[in-house]
Structures are given as structure tokens and as C-alpha cells.
Ligand binder design. Structure first.
Ligand code: ATP
Ligand code: PRP
Length: 215
């Protein structure tokens, strides 16, 4: 039985590559450079499936991949149905934050019960976060460059990931609230874990050991 691992190009793949090497998974094509979406590995019966970061939980949920690596941001937005999340890999670490223009009085707007327009990729997480605080929001779904929205009057605030803070600073935005710390998790299809336990369990343990050694 072949094992498929869903990985996204960019940050996740860059930071996962050393873990994969420690686990003994060597791709036959360079995953960042190849145009192939299914990449075979030197390890018999293990292949990589190259997906968009936000699609990784969906491939694993439906069993199109047995394992995957996804940020907690993407997992919270997806909901986690059908997924087992055994390991925090400690990579791609950042924070999900609310940010506003420097000249926007966020505390006052919240105090006055204003209805906030919030631009984000994370509509579901945004709804849940503000509903729990009793703050009314209108999420505006964007697919990237959220930082632009408050600058051109599309939104009062954004919910986005912050790491160094450079992107916020470059755009005269300030973080005003943390929603959650984010890092990448190993995800496993729940049914596959039962059906292919003999192959998956050693791989999961090897990822755990590799992540511990990387810390
Ligand atoms: P998609 O292709 O689905 O739109 P994307 O282009 O946002 O995704 P990346 O920017 O590579 O993909 O982000 C992938 C994951 O890396 C995110 O889901 C998050 O968990 C993590 N991440 C994103 N930005 C940062 C950052 N600045 N610092 C650390 N980790 C980050
Ligand atoms: C992420 C995030 C922010 C930026 C924050 O974008 O969406 O824009 O990183 O990082 P910083 O605090 O270190 O500046 P990314 O670079 O992944 O680009 P994207 O717009 O393609 O998601």
C-alpha cells in the first residue's frame, strides 16, 4: 500500500525538507523546482503530493493523502473533520493577529460596539473569535495581501499571520490583538491510521523524533 504525504510548496516545504531527510524520505525530483504534482521518493511506497497550503487538510480528510503537513491557521479554518493531529512539528511558527492602521482607535471602536469590517483569509476563525468576545464583525474574504485592505478603505482591520512584523510595519499597520500562536502540524487521515497502521505508525514516530531533534 502506497503512503501519500500532502505538502505545500514555499514555507512548509522549505521548513519540512530537513525533517523529511531525517525521517529518511528523499524526493526523486526537487519538490520546489519540479512541475510534477506527485513526486516519488527513494523510500519504496512513499510519495509526496504537492498541494496549495490551504488545501492540505482537504486532501488528507478525504484520504487522497494519508499524511500531510498544515499550519494551525489552515487547520482551524478547515475545522479538522476526519483528521488526527498527533504532532506539533514546531516549524513555520508565527502568530495570527488582528491589525489596524496606526491612526485607527481599535479599543474605542470595540468599546462603542461599532461593526468592524475585517479583511482576511480566515473568515471562519475571525467569526468565531469575535463572536466569543461579543463584537460584531463583517468578514471580507481575501486570498492574499490582506495588509492592503485597511490602506485603501476596504476594511477597518485585518486578521493575518505575523512573524517578524516587517509586513505590518512597512504598511503602517499595528497589531492590536493575538488570536492564536501558529505552527505546522502533522495531520493523518483517521481511517488510514486504522487501515495502514503498520506503515503509518513508524512514520509518525519518525516525524516526532525528527521534530524533537530539530528543537
Ligand atoms: P495558499 O497557497 O494556500 O494561499 P500561502 O501562499 O499563504 O497559501 P504560505 O505563505 O507558504 O502559503 O504559507 C503556508 C503556511 O505557512 C501558512 O498556512 C502558515 O501556517 C505558515 N506561515 C505563513 N506565513 C508565515 C510567516 N510569516 N511566518 C511563519 N509561518 C508562516
Ligand atoms: C505571510 C503573512 C504576512 C507575512 C507576515 O505572508 O500573510 O503577509 O507573511 O510575515 P512578517 O511578519 O515576517 O512580515 P507570506 O510571506 O507567506 O506571503 P503570502 O501573501 O503569499 O501569504
Amino acid at each position: 500500500m502506497t503512503i501519500g504525504i500532502a505538502l505545500s510548496k514555499g514555507r512548509i516545504l522549505e521548513e519540512t525538507a530537513p525533517l523529511l531527510a531525517r525521517v529518511g524520505i528523499r524526493p526523486k525530483d526537487h519538490p520546489e523546482r519540479t512541475r510534477k504534482l506527485v513526486v516519488e521518493t527513494e523510500r519504496p511506497g512513499v510519495r509526496l503530493i504537492i498541494v496549495r497550503a490551504s488545501d492540505a487538510p482537504t486532501y488528507v480528510q478525504y484520504g487522497a493523502a494519508d499524511l500531510g503537513i498544515a499550519g494551525k491557521d489552515v487547520l482551524r479554518e478547515h475545522g479538522g473533520t476526519g483528521l488526527y493531529q498527533p504532532l506539533d512539528l514546531g516549524i513555520a511558527a508565527c502568530r495570527m493577529m488582528v491589525a489596524v492602521r496606526k491612526d485607527f482607535d481599535y479599543e474605542a471602536a470595540v468599546r462603542q460596539g461599532a461593526r468592524l469590517r475585517i479583511a482576511t483569509k480566515y473568515v471562519q476563525v475571525t467569526r468565531e473569535h469575535f463572536a466569543a468576545k461579543g463584537v460584531h464583525v463583517d468578514p471580507i474574504r481575501l486570498y492574499g495581501s490582506m495588509e492592503l485592505a485597511p490602506l485603501v478603505g476596504l476594511a477597518d482591520a485585518i486578521v493575518d499571520l505575523v512573524s517578524t512584523g516587517n509586513t505590518l510595519r512597512a504598511n503602517n499597520l499595528v497589531p492590536v490583538e493575538e488570536i492564536m500562536p501558529v505552527s505546522a502540524r502533522l495531520i493523518v487521515n483517521q481511517a488510514a491510521l486504522k487501515m495502514k497502521r503498520a506503515q503509518l505508525q513508524p512514520l509518525i514516530e519518525a516525524f516526532g523524533e525528527a521534530a524533537r531533534r530539530a528543537r
